[in-house]
Design a protein around this ligand. Structure first.
Ligand SMILES: [Zn+2]
Ligand SMILES: [Zn+2]
Length: 108
């Protein structure tokens, strides 16, 4: 996985821990290279309890490695497309958006 910010590829350190940092950005697991870690506007998700950016994203959950807080990821994954089971969570809204799109695009 490359650095989310500059796209640099991770090189495995010969020994010791990797200087690359794992984080969560918009509820997706990302890697940050050592150069980009010096930037202060990393735009990473932070823990709601302690403000740490040391988060891990797992299946539907975000866990804080600093304080152990686990929260559910938001349900609105961008990967959910119309017709998939996930879109059934908000059928009214999806239909509303679809209808609006139809009007704007002159479909239907
Ligand atoms: Zn980078
Ligand atoms: Zn925390």
């Amino acid at each position: 996985m490359p650095c989310y910010r500059c796209g640099a590829r991770q090189t495995d350190p010969i020994r010791g821990a990797s200087p690359w940092k794992r984080g969560v950005r918009r509820e997706a697991q990302v890697l940050v290279c050592p150069d980009c870690q010096r930037v202060h506007d990393l735009d990473l998700d932070t823990c709601a309890s302690c403000g740490s950016i040391a988060l891990i994203c797992r299946l539907g959950e975000i866990e804080c490695r600093s304080c152990g807080e686990v929260r559910l990821a938001r349900a609105d994954e961008p990967l959910v497309t119309a017709g998939s089971p996930g879109s059934a969570r908000m059928p009214g809204l999806a239909a509303e958006v679809e209808a609006a799109l139809d009007r704007v695009l002159g479909r239907s």
